[in-house]
Design a protein around this ligand. Structure first.
Ligand code: SF4
Length: 333
Protein backbone atom coordinates (compact mmCIF):
# COMPACT_ATOMS: atom_id res chain seq x y z
CA UNK A 1 0.00 0.00 0.00
CA UNK A 2 1.46 3.37 -1.06
CA UNK A 3 0.01 5.64 1.67
CA UNK A 4 -0.91 4.16 5.06
CA UNK A 5 -4.56 3.12 5.17
CA UNK A 6 -5.41 5.39 8.13
CA UNK A 7 -4.20 8.48 6.24
CA UNK A 8 -6.09 7.47 3.09
CA UNK A 9 -9.29 6.82 5.08
CA UNK A 10 -9.07 10.11 7.02
CA UNK A 11 -8.39 12.09 3.84
CA UNK A 12 -11.34 10.42 2.09
CA UNK A 13 -13.63 11.16 5.06
CA UNK A 14 -12.45 14.79 4.96
CA UNK A 15 -13.41 14.96 1.25
CA UNK A 16 -16.84 13.42 1.88
CA UNK A 17 -17.55 15.76 4.82
CA UNK A 18 -16.65 18.81 2.74
CA UNK A 19 -18.63 17.58 -0.28
CA UNK A 20 -21.72 17.09 1.92
CA UNK A 21 -21.31 20.68 3.15
CA UNK A 22 -21.12 21.83 -0.48
CA UNK A 23 -17.54 23.12 -0.14
CA UNK A 24 -15.71 23.42 -3.46
CA UNK A 25 -12.40 24.48 -1.89
CA UNK A 26 -10.89 23.24 1.36
CA UNK A 27 -7.37 22.51 2.63
CA UNK A 28 -5.88 19.02 2.70
CA UNK A 29 -2.50 20.02 4.14
CA UNK A 30 -1.40 22.68 6.61
CA UNK A 31 2.22 23.72 6.11
CA UNK A 32 2.99 24.79 9.65
CA UNK A 33 6.17 26.87 9.94
CA UNK A 34 6.57 27.50 13.68
CA UNK A 35 9.96 29.17 13.27
CA UNK A 36 12.21 30.72 10.66
CA UNK A 37 15.44 29.59 12.36
CA UNK A 38 17.60 26.92 10.74
CA UNK A 39 20.93 25.20 11.37
CA UNK A 40 21.63 25.26 7.60
CA UNK A 41 21.47 27.92 4.89
CA UNK A 42 20.73 25.87 1.75
CA UNK A 43 21.23 27.56 -1.60
CA UNK A 44 17.64 26.94 -2.74
CA UNK A 45 16.04 28.38 0.40
CA UNK A 46 14.57 31.87 0.62
CA UNK A 47 16.54 33.99 3.08
CA UNK A 48 13.59 34.81 5.36
CA UNK A 49 12.90 31.10 5.86
CA UNK A 50 16.10 30.35 7.77
CA UNK A 51 17.57 33.53 9.26
CA UNK A 52 14.80 34.32 11.77
CA UNK A 53 15.50 34.58 15.49
CA UNK A 54 14.30 31.75 17.73
CA UNK A 55 12.57 34.26 20.02
CA UNK A 56 10.26 35.19 17.10
CA UNK A 57 8.88 31.63 16.84
CA UNK A 58 5.16 30.93 17.04
CA UNK A 59 3.83 29.92 20.45
CA UNK A 60 2.32 26.41 20.59
CA UNK A 61 -1.16 27.88 21.20
CA UNK A 62 -1.03 29.81 17.92
CA UNK A 63 0.15 26.72 16.02
CA UNK A 64 -2.75 24.71 17.43
CA UNK A 65 -5.22 27.49 16.64
CA UNK A 66 -4.05 27.27 13.02
CA UNK A 67 -4.51 23.47 13.06
CA UNK A 68 -8.05 23.87 14.42
CA UNK A 69 -9.01 26.79 12.16
CA UNK A 70 -8.04 25.22 8.84
CA UNK A 71 -9.26 21.68 9.63
CA UNK A 72 -6.72 20.00 7.29
CA UNK A 73 -6.22 16.29 8.10
CA UNK A 74 -2.46 16.53 7.41
CA UNK A 75 -0.04 18.90 9.15
CA UNK A 76 3.41 19.26 7.66
CA UNK A 77 5.70 20.83 10.26
CA UNK A 78 8.52 22.64 8.52
CA UNK A 79 10.23 26.00 8.90
CA UNK A 80 13.10 26.80 9.45
CA UNK A 81 14.26 23.56 10.96
CA UNK A 82 11.47 22.22 13.21
CA UNK A 83 13.75 20.10 15.41
CA UNK A 84 15.16 23.40 16.75
CA UNK A 85 11.67 24.41 17.94
CA UNK A 86 11.95 23.94 21.74
CA UNK A 87 8.29 23.01 22.18
CA UNK A 88 8.28 20.35 19.42
CA UNK A 89 7.34 17.36 21.68
CA UNK A 90 4.32 19.26 23.06
CA UNK A 91 3.29 20.48 19.60
CA UNK A 92 3.43 16.98 18.11
CA UNK A 93 1.56 15.39 20.97
CA UNK A 94 -1.23 18.01 20.79
CA UNK A 95 -1.62 17.61 17.01
CA UNK A 96 -1.81 13.82 17.44
CA UNK A 97 -4.43 14.33 20.17
CA UNK A 98 -6.46 16.20 17.53
CA UNK A 99 -6.24 13.08 15.32
CA UNK A 100 -4.29 14.75 12.52
CA UNK A 101 -1.38 13.21 10.61
CA UNK A 102 2.04 14.86 10.89
CA UNK A 103 4.95 15.07 8.45
CA UNK A 104 7.99 16.35 10.32
CA UNK A 105 10.09 17.92 7.52
CA UNK A 106 13.69 18.01 8.65
CA UNK A 107 17.31 18.03 7.50
CA UNK A 108 17.79 15.20 10.07
CA UNK A 109 20.92 16.69 11.65
CA UNK A 110 19.38 16.92 15.11
CA UNK A 111 17.14 13.85 15.13
CA UNK A 112 19.40 12.06 17.63
CA UNK A 113 19.37 14.99 20.07
CA UNK A 114 15.83 16.34 19.67
CA UNK A 115 13.58 13.50 18.51
CA UNK A 116 14.92 10.02 19.34
CA UNK A 117 14.01 9.17 22.93
CA UNK A 118 11.92 12.36 23.29
CA UNK A 119 9.17 12.00 20.67
CA UNK A 120 8.12 8.34 20.35
CA UNK A 121 7.16 6.72 17.04
CA UNK A 122 3.43 6.97 16.34
CA UNK A 123 1.32 5.88 13.38
CA UNK A 124 0.29 9.53 12.92
CA UNK A 125 3.89 10.77 12.74
CA UNK A 126 6.13 10.56 9.65
CA UNK A 127 9.70 11.85 9.65
CA UNK A 128 10.32 13.42 6.24
CA UNK A 129 14.02 13.98 5.51
CA UNK A 130 15.16 16.51 2.93
CA UNK A 131 17.78 14.96 0.58
CA UNK A 132 18.59 16.68 -2.70
CA UNK A 133 21.00 14.14 -4.15
CA UNK A 134 23.91 11.89 -3.27
CA UNK A 135 26.77 13.06 -1.02
CA UNK A 136 28.48 15.65 -3.24
CA UNK A 137 25.28 17.23 -4.54
CA UNK A 138 23.42 17.27 -1.23
CA UNK A 139 26.36 18.80 0.66
CA UNK A 140 26.70 21.41 -2.09
CA UNK A 141 22.97 22.30 -1.94
CA UNK A 142 23.14 22.46 1.88
CA UNK A 143 26.36 24.51 1.68
CA UNK A 144 28.05 22.27 4.28
CA UNK A 145 30.14 19.09 4.17
CA UNK A 146 28.95 16.04 6.08
CA UNK A 147 25.21 16.77 5.91
CA UNK A 148 24.46 13.83 3.60
CA UNK A 149 26.31 11.27 5.72
CA UNK A 150 24.65 12.45 8.92
CA UNK A 151 21.19 12.43 7.30
CA UNK A 152 21.67 8.84 6.06
CA UNK A 153 22.91 7.73 9.51
CA UNK A 154 19.84 9.33 11.13
CA UNK A 155 17.46 7.78 8.59
CA UNK A 156 18.83 4.29 9.27
CA UNK A 157 18.44 4.86 13.00
CA UNK A 158 14.90 6.23 12.55
CA UNK A 159 13.92 3.01 10.74
CA UNK A 160 15.53 0.87 13.45
CA UNK A 161 13.59 2.80 16.08
CA UNK A 162 10.29 2.16 14.28
CA UNK A 163 9.49 5.59 12.85
CA UNK A 164 7.52 5.93 9.61
CA UNK A 165 10.07 7.51 7.28
CA UNK A 166 9.88 9.55 4.09
CA UNK A 167 12.44 11.44 2.03
CA UNK A 168 11.87 14.60 0.06
CA UNK A 169 13.97 15.58 -2.96
CA UNK A 170 13.81 18.85 -4.88
CA UNK A 171 14.81 18.62 -8.54
CA UNK A 172 16.84 21.68 -9.62
CA UNK A 173 18.04 22.79 -13.04
CA UNK A 174 21.43 21.11 -12.52
CA UNK A 175 19.99 17.92 -11.03
CA UNK A 176 21.24 14.81 -12.78
CA UNK A 177 18.26 12.46 -13.09
CA UNK A 178 20.54 9.41 -13.15
CA UNK A 179 21.78 10.50 -9.73
CA UNK A 180 18.17 10.85 -8.57
CA UNK A 181 17.55 7.24 -9.59
CA UNK A 182 20.64 6.14 -7.64
CA UNK A 183 19.29 8.08 -4.65
CA UNK A 184 15.93 6.31 -5.03
CA UNK A 185 17.77 2.96 -5.01
CA UNK A 186 19.72 3.89 -1.87
CA UNK A 187 16.55 5.01 -0.09
CA UNK A 188 14.83 1.76 -1.07
CA UNK A 189 17.72 -0.14 0.50
CA UNK A 190 17.33 1.88 3.73
CA UNK A 191 13.62 1.00 3.66
CA UNK A 192 12.01 4.43 3.39
CA UNK A 193 8.23 4.27 3.32
CA UNK A 194 7.85 7.05 0.74
CA UNK A 195 9.90 9.42 -1.40
CA UNK A 196 8.56 12.73 -2.69
CA UNK A 197 10.21 14.20 -5.80
CA UNK A 198 9.26 17.79 -6.51
CA UNK A 199 10.33 20.35 -9.11
CA UNK A 200 12.28 23.29 -7.61
CA UNK A 201 10.41 26.59 -7.66
CA UNK A 202 12.02 30.02 -7.70
CA UNK A 203 10.89 31.76 -4.52
CA UNK A 204 10.49 35.52 -5.00
CA UNK A 205 13.49 36.25 -2.77
CA UNK A 206 15.94 33.63 -4.10
CA UNK A 207 18.17 35.00 -6.82
CA UNK A 208 20.31 31.99 -7.83
CA UNK A 209 19.71 30.59 -11.29
CA UNK A 210 19.16 27.01 -10.14
CA UNK A 211 15.44 26.66 -10.70
CA UNK A 212 13.60 24.90 -13.49
CA UNK A 213 11.62 26.50 -16.28
CA UNK A 214 8.46 24.64 -17.26
CA UNK A 215 10.31 23.05 -20.21
CA UNK A 216 13.21 21.94 -17.93
CA UNK A 217 10.70 20.37 -15.54
CA UNK A 218 8.97 18.49 -18.34
CA UNK A 219 12.24 17.08 -19.68
CA UNK A 220 13.45 15.99 -16.23
CA UNK A 221 10.13 14.44 -15.19
CA UNK A 222 9.78 12.50 -18.49
CA UNK A 223 12.94 10.73 -17.39
CA UNK A 224 11.61 10.27 -13.84
CA UNK A 225 8.51 8.57 -15.31
CA UNK A 226 10.75 5.93 -16.86
CA UNK A 227 11.80 4.59 -13.44
CA UNK A 228 8.99 5.80 -11.15
CA UNK A 229 7.32 2.39 -10.96
CA UNK A 230 10.40 0.76 -9.42
CA UNK A 231 10.41 2.92 -6.27
CA UNK A 232 8.05 4.08 -3.52
CA UNK A 233 7.48 7.53 -4.99
CA UNK A 234 4.61 9.33 -3.28
CA UNK A 235 3.77 11.57 -6.23
CA UNK A 236 0.73 10.16 -8.03
CA UNK A 237 1.23 8.89 -11.61
CA UNK A 238 -1.08 11.66 -12.88
CA UNK A 239 0.98 14.34 -11.11
CA UNK A 240 4.19 12.94 -12.61
CA UNK A 241 2.57 13.05 -16.06
CA UNK A 242 1.52 16.65 -15.39
CA UNK A 243 5.09 17.55 -14.37
CA UNK A 244 6.29 15.81 -17.55
CA UNK A 245 3.98 18.00 -19.66
CA UNK A 246 1.70 15.12 -20.69
CA UNK A 247 -1.47 16.57 -19.14
CA UNK A 248 -2.67 19.87 -17.73
CA UNK A 249 -4.53 21.03 -14.62
CA UNK A 250 -5.70 24.23 -12.98
CA UNK A 251 -3.90 24.95 -9.72
CA UNK A 252 -5.47 24.22 -6.31
CA UNK A 253 -3.51 26.70 -4.16
CA UNK A 254 -6.09 26.46 -1.33
CA UNK A 255 -5.36 22.73 -0.88
CA UNK A 256 -2.06 23.46 0.93
CA UNK A 257 -2.31 26.41 3.30
CA UNK A 258 0.66 27.89 5.13
CA UNK A 259 0.85 29.39 8.62
CA UNK A 260 4.06 31.19 9.60
CA UNK A 261 5.43 33.54 12.27
CA UNK A 262 4.14 36.34 9.98
CA UNK A 263 0.60 34.89 9.83
CA UNK A 264 -1.33 33.04 7.09
CA UNK A 265 0.63 33.25 3.86
CA UNK A 266 -1.20 33.90 0.58
CA UNK A 267 -1.86 33.00 -2.08
CA UNK A 268 0.11 29.75 -1.79
CA UNK A 269 3.00 27.94 -0.15
CA UNK A 270 5.41 29.41 -2.69
CA UNK A 271 4.24 33.00 -3.04
CA UNK A 272 3.92 35.21 0.02
CA UNK A 273 2.34 38.27 -1.56
CA UNK A 274 0.38 38.91 1.63
CA UNK A 275 0.21 37.68 5.21
CA UNK A 276 -3.07 37.64 7.11
CA UNK A 277 -3.59 37.65 10.88
CA UNK A 278 -6.66 35.44 10.98
CA UNK A 279 -7.88 32.36 9.09
CA UNK A 280 -11.08 34.17 8.01
CA UNK A 281 -9.14 37.12 6.59
CA UNK A 282 -6.88 34.73 4.68
CA UNK A 283 -9.54 32.34 3.38
CA UNK A 284 -11.90 35.11 2.31
CA UNK A 285 -9.17 37.54 1.26
CA UNK A 286 -7.30 35.57 -1.44
CA UNK A 287 -8.70 35.69 -4.97
CA UNK A 288 -8.79 31.92 -5.46
CA UNK A 289 -10.31 32.13 -8.97
CA UNK A 290 -7.34 34.21 -10.12
CA UNK A 291 -4.66 31.94 -8.63
CA UNK A 292 -6.39 28.73 -9.78
CA UNK A 293 -6.17 30.03 -13.35
CA UNK A 294 -2.31 30.26 -13.23
CA UNK A 295 -2.42 33.48 -15.25
CA UNK A 296 0.01 35.30 -12.95
CA UNK A 297 3.63 35.60 -14.15
CA UNK A 298 4.77 33.92 -10.91
CA UNK A 299 2.83 30.78 -11.86
CA UNK A 300 4.32 30.30 -15.31
CA UNK A 301 7.14 27.92 -14.32
CA UNK A 302 5.37 26.27 -11.40
CA UNK A 303 4.35 22.63 -11.23
CA UNK A 304 4.64 22.11 -7.48
CA UNK A 305 2.88 19.17 -5.88
CA UNK A 306 1.48 21.56 -3.23
CA UNK A 307 -0.59 23.23 -5.96
CA UNK A 308 -1.38 20.33 -8.24
CA UNK A 309 -1.73 17.01 -6.37
CA UNK A 310 -5.15 18.18 -5.14
CA UNK A 311 -6.02 19.08 -8.75
CA UNK A 312 -5.32 15.45 -9.66
CA UNK A 313 -7.70 14.30 -6.90
CA UNK A 314 -10.49 16.71 -7.77
CA UNK A 315 -10.40 15.67 -11.43
CA UNK A 316 -10.42 11.91 -10.84
CA UNK A 317 -14.21 11.59 -11.14
CA UNK A 318 -14.01 12.88 -14.73
CA UNK A 319 -11.93 9.93 -15.95
CA UNK A 320 -12.63 6.33 -14.82
CA UNK A 321 -9.23 5.22 -16.17
CA UNK A 322 -7.42 7.73 -13.94
CA UNK A 323 -9.52 6.60 -11.00
CA UNK A 324 -8.58 2.96 -11.64
CA UNK A 325 -4.89 3.88 -11.96
CA UNK A 326 -5.06 5.82 -8.69
CA UNK A 327 -6.64 2.87 -6.86
CA UNK A 328 -3.98 0.50 -8.26
CA UNK A 329 -1.19 2.97 -7.34
CA UNK A 330 -2.47 3.25 -3.78
CA UNK A 331 -3.35 -0.37 -3.04
CA UNK A 332 -0.89 -2.31 -5.22
CA UNK A 333 2.04 0.11 -5.02
S1 SF4 B 1 0.68 27.73 -9.90
FE1 SF4 B 1 2.27 27.51 -8.28
S2 SF4 B 1 2.86 29.61 -7.80
FE2 SF4 B 1 0.85 29.73 -8.86
S3 SF4 B 1 -0.69 29.68 -7.23
FE3 SF4 B 1 -0.35 27.58 -7.90
S4 SF4 B 1 1.18 26.76 -6.45
FE4 SF4 B 1 1.26 29.02 -6.32
Amino acid sequence: MRMPLHITVDTFKHQVRNALKGHKRYPFVLMLEPLYTCNLACIGCSIERHTGKLKDRLPVAKCLQAVDDCGAPIVSICGGEPTIYPELPELISEIIRRKRHIYLCTNALLLDKKVFGKIPPHKRLTINVHLDGLRETHDYVCARDGVFDKAIEMMKEAKQRGYHLWANTTVFKETDIEEVEKLCALLKEIGVDGHLLSPGYQYESVKQDIFLTRKDTENKFRRVLAFADHYRLTSTPMFLEFAAGMRDYECSPWSTVTYTPLGWKGPCYLIGKQHFDTWEEFWNGVDWDYWESRQDDLCQNCSMHSGFEASVTRNLHKNPRDLARMVAWQFLG
